[in-house]
Unconditional design. Structure first.
Lengths: 194, 265
C-alpha cells in the first residue's frame, strides 16, 4: 500500500467509515502481529497486544501526523504495550504452542506452515530468537523480517545507528550458531520419532 | 562433521585469504554496491569456513522471513473500539469536544461572575450569618443610654444608701451625675453600670468599696472607648463594676452628655 492510499484510508477512518478502518487494520495486522509474536514467543500475547494497539490507534487517529509513517506509529504503540506487559508479567515462551502450530494449524484451525520442515524451522528460529537479548532480538526482527532500514530502527528504538549495527552484528552471529544447533537438534529428534 | 575451532589460525580474521567478517556484515546490511557484493560472493568460494558461516546465517534469516499467518483481528478491534467509544466519527467527536469546551467556558464565566459580584456586593454573596442591621441607630443608642442611666442611678442610689458617711461624701463629688459631674479630674463618665447584690451587707463588710470604684474610674480617664470589664471590688458576689465609658472634657464648652441627666438623691 502506497502512502497516498494509506492516507486516504486514514482520512476515511477518521471520518467514521468502518470499512476503511477495517482495511487499515487488515493492511497492517500481519506485520505488527509477527513483530510481537517474534518478540514474545506467545501468540495469545501477540493477539492481545495487537488488538489493544489497534484500538488505541483508532481512538487517536485524528491526532495522526501525516508527515510520519503510519506503521511506525502503530509499531511504537504496540512496542510500548509489549514493554508494559513484560514489565507487569513476563510470559513464558510457549514452545508447545509454537511447536504445535505446524501440526494442528494454530488459531482458527488454519494450517500456518505448509510442511513439517517449515514447522521445525519455525520452532528452531523462534527458540534461537528467544535466546538472544531483547535488543538483539528486536533489531534482528525489525531489520531482517520486517525490512526496516537501520535509520528507522534507530529512531524507533531511540538508539544511535552505530549501537543498532553493533547489536545487529552480534545478534546475527549468535542467531546463526543457535539456529544451527536448534536445527540439528530438531532433525535428530525428528529422526528418532520416525 | 566437527566444526572448525574459532581459535584455529586458519579461522582468525587476519589469516591470509580470509574474508573479514565485517565485510560480510556490511554485505548483509545492504551497505555495499552490487559489484562488491558479487566479488565477495566469488571470494567466498575460496574461503570454505566463511562460506559455511554465510550459508548458516542466510538459513537463519530465511527461517526468520518465513511468512507468519496472523488471525484477522479487524472485527474484534472494531467491536472493542466501538465498545470503548474510542472510535467515533469526526463530526461527533467535534461536537463532543465543542460541548466540553462550552461547558468549561460556562463554568469559568460563572466563577468569574461570582468573584466580581462578591467584590462589588460582599453582602449579596456572603453565606455566613450577618448581624441584624439596626434601622434607627440614633434611637437605639438613646434607648440603650436611657436604660443604662436608669440602672446606674438605681445602683448608685443603693450603693450610697448602704455606705458609711465618709465614703458617701466622696461619691457625691465625683460619681453622682454621669456626664456632667467630673470637672475636677478632667474626665466625664459618660455611662456607667454597677451591679450590686445584697447592698446592705456591703456597708458592713466592705466600707471602702465606693472609694475604690471612683479611683478605678479615674484611672481610665483617657479612655474613649466603651470598655467591658468586670472588676470585682468587694468579693465574688457583692459588687461589680460592669462597664464604663469615659471621655475628656472640653473645658471651653459645657458638657453635653449623651445620656439624659440623672437625678440622684
Amino acid at each position: 500500500m502506497d502512502r497516498n492510499e494509506e492516507r486516504s484510508l486514514i482520512e476515511r477512518a477518521i471520518a467514521g467509515e468502518r470499512t476503511a478502518a477495517g482495511d487499515l487494520i487488515r493492511a497492517h495486522q500481519r506485520s505488527v502481529y509477527a513483530y510481537i509474536l517474534r518478540m514474545s514467543g506467545r501468540p495469545d500475547v501477540a493477539e492481545d497486544i495487537v488488538q489493544e494497539a489497534f484500538v488505541r490507534v483508532l481512538g487517536n487517529l485524528h491526532r495522526f501526523d501525516f508527515r510520519f509513517r503510519f506503521s511506525t506509529w502503530l509499531f511504537t504503540i504496540a512496542r510500548r504495550l509489549y514493554m508494559n506487559a513484560m514489565a507487569k508479567n513476563r510470559p513464558a515462551y510457549d514452545t508447545d504452542f509454537v511447536g504445535s502450530m505446524g501440526a494442528s494449524g494454530g488459531p482458527g484451525e488454519q494450517p500456518i506452515y505448509s510442511d513439517e520442515r517449515q514447522s521445525v524451522q519455525h520452532d528452531a528460529i523462534q527458540s534461537a530468537l528467544m535466546s538472544l537479548s531483547e535488543e538483539q532480538r528486536e533489531i534482528i526482527v525489525l531489520f531482517h523480517q520486517l525490512d526496516w532500514p537501520i535509520s528507522l530502527i534507530a529512531s524507533h528504538l531511540d538508539m544511535p545507528e552505530g549501537t543498532i549495527k553493533s547489536h545487529l552484528h552480534r545478534g546475527r552471529k549468535r542467531l546463526r550458531v543457535l539456529f544451527k544447533d536448534q536445527s540439528v537438534l530438531a532433525n535428530k529428534l525428528e529422526g528418532v520419532a520416525r | 562433521m566437527s566444526r572448525p575451532r574459532r581459535d584455529h589460525p586458519d579461522m582468525r580474521d587476519d589469516a591470509p585469504g580470509r574474508i573479514p567478517e565485517s565485510l560480510i556484515d556490511a554485505a548483509m546490511d545492504g551497505e555495499l554496491d552490487p559489484e562488491i557484493q558479487k566479488e565477495i560472493g566469488n571470494a567466498l568460494q575460496y574461503d570454505p569456513a566463511r562460506r559455511q558461516e554465510f550459508h548458516d546465517t542466510r538459513d537463519a534469516i530465511n527461517a526468520l522471513r518465513m511468512p507468519i499467518e496472523s488471525p484477522d483481528l479487524s472485527d474484534q478491534v472494531l467491536q472493542r473500539a466501538h465498545r470503548h467509544r474510542r472510535f467515533i466519527p469526526r463530526k461527533l467527536r467535534q461536537q463532543v469536544r465543542a460541548g466540553r469546551v462550552g461547558m468549561a467556558a460556562l463554568l469559568l464565566v460563572t466563577l468569574l461572575g461570582v468573584a466580581t459580584l462578591q467584590r462589588m456586593y460582599p453582602r449579596l454573596t456572603t453565606i455566613a450569618s450577618q448581624p441584624t442591621p439596626v434601622a434607627n441607630i440614633e434611637s437605639a443608642i438613646e434607648t440603650d443610654g436611657r436604660q443604662l442611666a436608669q440602672t446606674v442611678t438605681g445602683d448608685i442610689q443603693s450603693l450610697r444608701d448602704c455606705m458609711p458617711d465618709p465614703v458617701r461624701g466622696m461619691l457625691a463629688g465625683s460619681l453622682n451625675r454621669p456626664g456632667s459631674n467630673d470637672y475636677n479630674t478632667d474626665v466625664r463618665i459618660v455611662t456607667a453600670s454597677l451591679s450590686a447584690t445584697s447592698p446592705h451587707s456591703i456597708s458592713q463588710a466592705y466600707p471602702h468599696t465606693g472609694y475604690a470604684l471612683v479611683t478605678l474610674a479615674q484611672q481610665h480617664q483617657n479612655d474613649h472607648d466603651r470598655r467591658s470589664a468586670q472588676q470585682r471590688a468587694g468579693g465574688p458576689s457583692n459588687i461589680v463594676l460592669m462597664s464604663w465609658t469615659t471621655s475628656s472634657i472640653n473645658r471651653n464648652s459645657s458638657p453635653d452628655p449623651i445620656d439624659d441627666a440623672i437625678e440622684l438623691p
